[in-house]
Design a protein around this ligand. Sequence first.
Ligand code: TXA
Ligand code: MG
Length: 325
Amino acid sequence: MKTGQDINYAAELLQKGEVIAIPTETVYGLAANAFNKNAVAKIFEIKNRPAFNPIIVHIKNIDYIYNIANNIDARLIELMKKFSPGPLTILVEKKNNIPDIVTAGSNQVAIRIPNHPFTLKLLSILDFPLAAPSANPFQYISPVSAQQVAEQLRNKIPYILDGGKCAVGIESTIIGIENEYVVVYRLGGIPIEEIEKYVGKVKLKTHLKNTEDVYTPGQLQKHYSPNKKLIIGNIEELLQKFLDKKIAIITFGKKRNYILSNIAEYNLSENADITEAAANLFEILYKTDQSDADIILAELLPDEGLGKAINDRLLRAAHTYPNEY
Ligand code: TXA
Ligand code: MG
């Protein structure tokens, strides 16, 4: 497997129907020609992803939406104009050129314009859009650097287009329309409060109790998970319980500087900056999982703006999402 910054080579591989990793501002994606169902099928194989999970289609600009979608609600276009390129994904009625494998049989396709110069350049060279889920094995932590992709996927793909560390670090916010309401299906890089400035109150459908009801797998209660046990709660209280173990703690704000040698602290943002915390989240989850700790402890962040999306990921990573949440 090669890693590099050769956009033309990346384009060549994609044109041949290969799957490669691409950088975006949110997390790395595992990309294939969205019009080529055989190429898209390879993504599922590499990710070990159940075939029922649909994949986001990445496009180069707003006008391109009309090539692959019909009957697009004006509010979704307005929001795309406001936040694209950027971490916003819209669910809209698909045209026939999008194969069923991309949408897992649904007549709706998820579309976004990623905000990364390499991938925008790549999309401008190609005459097809890119279907791309996050480049992690199913249910594992999303990669935010080329090196993490390399470690997670080993030799399963021919090329990783290295665009550095992802600036946003948390996946896109997914929205759609149901019964005239703007609905949020996944919390992400664009906070709900920002969306509501333009379209008023939105409906939240980010939590489903019954896995049979799952509409987008980002709604699964177990997701983004490390292999080690992750427990969320008050860190000081949790520490008392697990003092006989090697502990990795994930903190936010002022560094705690524990003296005990069995405690390793990983700080999301010492300045208590939520944007910085989002950018560091998956990297830190990954580091704690790779460390020699027996257990990972974490605290929730203030539940507003991007903090909501970070807490959502932490709770799912711990797969202890309280049902009433
Ligand atoms: O930021 C992102 O969105 C990243 C980067 C790579 O673009 N992508 C990403 O993809 O997070 P993925 O596959 O890990 O998560 C996409 C979510 C899944 O929960 C999937 O089920 C949902 O979007 N989704 C995709 N297409 C859909 C569709 N047609 N209908 C309903 N849900 C869809
Ligand atoms: Mg994912």
